[in-house]
Design a binder for this molecule. Sequence first.
Ligand code: IMP
Length: 421
Amino acid sequence: MVIVGCQWGDEGKGKIVDVLAEDVDVVARYQGGANAGHTVHVGDEEFILHQIPSGILHPEKRCLLGNGVVLDLLQFFEEYDALRDRAIDLEGRVGVSHRAHLLLPYHRELDRAWEEGSAEKIGTTGRGIGPAYEEKAGRRGIRVADAVDAERFERLVTEGAERARDRIEQLGGTVGEGFDRALDESLALRGRILELAVDVGLEVEGALDDGRRILLEGAQGTALDLDHGTYPFVTSSNTTAAAAATGIGVGPTRIDSVLGIVKAYTTRVGNGPLPTGFDPEMDERMRELGGEFGATTGRPRRCGWFDAVLSRYAARVNGLTGVAVTKLDVLDTLPEISVCTGYRTPRGLVEEFPADTHGLEDVEPVLETHPGWESPTTEARSLDDLPVNARRYLDRLQELTRAPIEMVSVGTRRSQIIHVR
Ligand code: IMP
């Protein structure tokens, strides 16, 4: 099964993966890097994971990072060691693809220099994602497999750093303090990363042949996909479900189902249009209600009503077989709740998600308003436990999205989940 975000990321994929991980053997990430941030609550503990799949919090599950990921060496081992320090047994549980590209300290520096130097800022997470994927596509990247030969590895990293230094200077920036130290630290991790390196595609294929169950976990969301999102305000990888096959190294015919994650309302962090965005007062209110601050950067997320134009688009481009709705409980106190069914533009009504990102800045959402339920949903464990207006709201989201709702999350804890099917 593929798990994919259907909005601009932050849909609560981490929680859903954490719940589903119970019933699978392997969880594998297929794209992105340390720009992702999954917050998972287990008991009273909070874990924020950037690269290692949240399946790691279930004993004995194997967690893999596929070739489609850009692996931030320093951040990865920081996260790995922090989990180990919190008594999570990691022995034999983490594997990284030999083919994954390494994200090195200079990619972060380049990311910042590009952002600072450009007139139209993307609002990246500053984690070096764009530069790392650029080098991959430009065939100058360094893969995990390149770490095998120590001398060659050092040469590649040094050349990469020099290239980056020149570029940063051309962009009018300078490399930060501690740059050389960070490079040395990265080089020193060569042996550790090789210990974890495996052929992820081969391992997943073998596990499938043995009848084991695999979750392929996407990061970010459909509207941040490099091809299908609100370009250029997107991330630098394909986040959508088809990328799971490429990013893991299995054929698309091995995928049985695609679960799309939608939040019961919409949020966006970073720049670019948010057609259903609230006015400042309501924006502030939802941000407080939903705790909508970036898990990676702490930035406030912009909030808006549920956008069914986007969710229908996500259902189509991902081939969703089901949907999980998250954070329904965040709407519990609202007297009225709206859903966007179309965009009004100077050229008429639009019901399909448009390619023209700049045009999207000016659309007016067509809103359909529903009465709220104004009572807590956090204890609901079946649809029947929900207030009737909450059920009607979910029915409407399902109808507009054109994919069946399979799960509804009503709180941050593992137990706060409704399994519909
Ligand atoms: P980048 O992926 O850091 O290059 O950032 C590009 C865009 O994607 C920016 O708008 C970021 O805010 C957004 N973005 C990247 N990762 C995430 C995520 O995990 N959640 C939400 N937005 C993200």
